[in-house]
Design a protein around this ligand. Structure first.
Ligand SMILES: [Zn+2]
Length: 648
């Protein structure tokens, strides 16, 4: 492992790792697919979240705590404090992304002041526990989420200190006082237990990285190592629900609650990297590999049980019951990003891309003010518009909802989008690596002092062409590496100087293509890979989609919506009555992806089993219908929808 001496302005800042993340002060996304989403996030989503936190009283809980009026009037679930912290984290990254913004800065400080006022003299901070009339502190570790909330507080504080190191708002001190208390209460000689919802592990390691205080790292280690030793009670979902069934270094696959599982894995990678624990890192690599091979939807979504928001068995991936919580997508990106930094393997960046485009980008509406919590792959009923003024009680809404009783997802999307530039590129001793493609400006200094500036131009994912313009001269060669996505059938790398081709490389294998040169300012490195729509088949062990195909184009998964059947003049108005003609490959016309389909006329039978000929007929005529990128589905109103389409 290489040792890096600089702290990036990024969510994850390993003190040593294979790759060093480039932070928000080194990478800026300039428009395009992700830049547009960052803009909507900053303009609309953050204000939307702040409005609901106020309206639901979750911010007000801190005021009640400060004025000694709790428990009377406290509102929201036991973990509502965490949404305030995730909002703070999102705003901290947004301030870092935008540069100076007095109004946003003022909003940030006003929320921090309200949080600060609620902190107890010994550092304890939670509006739900510990006061007369409330449950005592740490009395309900399995469901209470006290440590979980603090983990989010720590991440917010770290985001702040990495984007505004000189800020005097006090958030970092609030976090440190709370962390000191946690170390005292849960340390080697303290309560030998864990939080039912992993998250504090990530926060503690990052706080250790930001302060150099080894106690926080040790505490994270204790929490990670205690998982799987049966310290929490057995519950109706089993101890696997909170990963207290098998020690982290012995597990083969992620299981239980999908967000908890991924947060724990992410924190464990952080710990493994900081403590150079190769055995632990190997265990996490194994878990990542098996989870992707057997327990992940084609969208990158994870979690196929609604009841406990959990992973199912291997290959248990029903599209119509997909839970695929938005937060599980965010958490999976966090796990994969940490593995990428530790190992440098392009497959982690591939999954990040898949999950960002097809889970995280699916959640928010185009306006950024309504969200999916669960992300089904098959909507059987058109559903109804959510009232923009009402809290949705259900995670599985058929159309995006403005807010939820459990509102973990909206601020999770917000903090991810605000910090997205921190997931685009990395550096090592030898050069720069591009992992995600977006129009971007990149400027960094290698460990030996060499400065590198790049301008990335691309219309990705509409087009599979990435142009990297080098803006700096180099006396010595350095290496620019670009990811060739796993789905790309071929890729071509060309280096041009004054219009002349210097290097041309064909890379048939997905992975990484690299070019080492003493680049001159003005050199252009072009990576091209074809992006055309394609059919994708499922492993036959995924019983629920056997006989179906999905259409993908580049990193995007596509969906069939009933509204497009009407548009195409097809008699059937429900996606249930459509089969795909697999003999005709999907094609692209004027930017729209079209597939050939036939109508099915099912019989209304009194018993839906029996001789196949009695189940209805399929029309002989073939018609074409347009699909939409899955992340755009339900933007035009109620529709039935399916990602996996039965094929003939
Ligand atoms: Zn969530």
């Amino acid at each position: 492992m290489t040792v890096s001496t600089r702290t990036p302005s990024a969510p994850v800042a390993p003190s040593r790792s294979r790759l060093r993340p480039l932070g928000l002060d080194e990478v800026a996304i300039r428009g395009g697919f992700w830049g547009d989403r960052q803009e909507v996030n900053g303009r609309a989503t953050l204000a939307h979240i702040a409005g609901w936190l106020e309206r639901e009283g979750w911010l007000g809980n801190f005021d009640l705590a400060a004025s000694g009026r709790l428990p009377e009037g406290r509102r929201g679930r036991e973990f509502s404090d965490s949404e305030v912290y995730k909002y703070l984290e999102a705003v901290a990254w947004e301030i870092g992304r935008r540069g100076d913004d007095a109004e946003l800065e003022e909003r940030f400080r006003s929320v921090v002041a309200r949080v600060a006022a609620a902190q107890e003299p010994d550092g304890y901070l939670n509006t739900r526990f510990g006061r007369p009339g409330q449950d005592p502190r740490w009395a309900n570790l399995e469901w209470g989420h006290e440590l979980y909330c603090l983990g989010h507080l720590f991440q917010a504080a770290v985001a702040r200190v990495r984007t505004r190191p000189d800020a005097d708002d006090g958030l970092f001190d609030i976090a440190r006082r709370a962390a000191d208390l946690v170390c005292k209460v849960f340390g080697d000689d303290g309560i030998q237990s864990i939080c039912g919802h992993a998250e504090i592990e990530i926060g503690l390691v990052e706080l250790a990285r930001a302060t150099g205080d080894e106690r926080y790292l040790r505490q994270a280690q204790l929490f990670v190592e205690r998982h799987g030793t049966g310290v929490l009670p057995d519950i109706e979902f089993g101890r696997s629900y909170y990963q207290d069934d098998i020690p982290v270094r012995e597990a083969d696959v992620l299981r239980g609650h999908a967000v908890r599982a991924n947060y724990l894995a992410a924190g464990a990678v952080d710990l493994a990297v900081e403590t150079a624990d190769e055995g632990l890192l190997d265990a996490l690599e194994r878990q990542w590999t098996n989870t992707i091979a057997r327990r992940t939807y084609v969208t990158g979504g994870q979690g196929s049980h609604h009841q406990d928001e959990a992973f199912g068995d291997d290959f248990e991936l029903p599209p119509d019951r997909a839970y695929s919580e938005t937060c599980a997508g965010v958490a999976s990106v966090m796990f994969s990003w940490r593995m990428l930094l530790a190992k440098g393997d392009a497959r982690y960046a591939d999954l990040i891309e898949r999950t960002l485009f097809n889970v995280v980008a699916t959640s928010p509406s185009a306006e950024g003010t309504a969200f999916y919590y669960a992300n089904t792959l098959h909507q059987r009923r058109p559903g109804e518009h959510a009232d923009p003024d009402e809290v949705s009680p259900r995670a599985s809404s058929s159309l995006r909802a403005p807010w939820f009783e459990v509102a973990c997802c909206p601020p999770n999307v917000a903090r991810t989008f605000a910090s997205l530039a921190g997931y685009v590129a990395t550096a090592d001793a030898d050069g720069v690596q591009l992992h995600q493609y977006a129009p971007a400006s990149i400027r960094t200094t290698l460990d030996d002092g060499r400065e590198i500036a790049l301008e990335v131009e691309t219309a990705y994912p509409a087009e599979g062409s990435v142009r990297v313009r080098v803006l700096t001269d180099a006396a010595e060669p350095w290496t620019l590496s670009l990811r060739v996505p796993a789905w790309a059938e071929s890729a071509k790398l060309v280096v041009r100087r004054n219009g002349e081709e210097l290097v041309q490389t064909w890379e048939a294998e997905p992975g990484t293509v690299s070019c080492s040169k003493a680049f001159s300012a003005g050199d252009v490195v072009e990576l091209e890979f074809p992006i055309v729509p394609r059919f994708t088949s499922p492993d036959p062990r995924i019983d629920a989609v056997r006989g179906c195909l999905v259409v993908e184009r580049g990193p995007e998964v596509f969906a069939l919506e009933s509204i497009d059947l009407v548009e195409a003049g097809i008699g059937a108005t429900d996606v249930a009555d459509i089969v795909l003609d697999a003999s005709m490959p999907p094609r692209e016309v004027d930017g729209r992806v079209l597939v050939a389909v036939r109508e099915r006329h099912p019989e209304i039978a009194s018993w839906p089993y029996g001789d196949e000929t009695g189940m209805g007929s399929t029309a002989a005529s073939v018609q074409e219908v347009a699909l939409v990128p899955y992340h755009e589905w339900a933007e035009r109103g109620p529709s039935t929808m399916r990602v996996w389409i039965p094929a003939t």
